[in-house]
Ligand binder design. Sequence first.
Ligand SMILES: [Zn+2]
Length: 216
Amino acid sequence: MRIVLLGPPGSGKGTHGKRLGEDLKAPIVATGDILRQAIQEGTALGKSAQEHVKSGRLVPDEVVLGLIETRLGRPDAARGFILDGFPRTVAQAEGLKGLLGDGNGGGLDRVVNLVVPMEVVVNRLRERWLCSQCGAIYNVSTAPPKVAGICDRCGGALQQRTDDEPETVRRRLEVYLRETAPLVAYYERDSVLRNVDASGPAEEVFEAIQRAIGKS
Ligand SMILES: [Zn+2]
């Protein structure tokens, strides 16, 4: 299956995407990862991306699209993939459609949109603690460390990110919703969009995602 996963930070997109990938035996194609990899490998597209990143500019759509095309051309993506973090705009969605062909839904089987209310995201991120040494992530109510404030893995001190403070989270979510609204409408027109309520426990959300893609 060819799937696009949409969802704001705090929607559980990363976790659910990973599990869905294992279920479907399909690779997760995340823009951040392929950008980093291309820069590391020093490919032509990677070099071009690096110039933009270095000077603090957005990497142009044609460069990102080129990287996505290369990634989707690999054998492991032949039977399907899960796109995470791409497309972000209607222009990118049009570019993706150009890559995948003009079939139903622009060559996609499903676009799963994880919908989560503002206060749920705020609360989730407020409960999130990161290890200052190894980056392990904990949630004080759903995945707490064995000893409060201490990383299970390495013994490092746990801390919260200033990015996870309620005001910052609210602002980030507002920007996300404003920017992705046209994209959601675009995929709704193509009849591939499924909204999934991502406010409940992870297990329920994952089951809803499976129903949304017709796998349960
Ligand atoms: Zn640690």
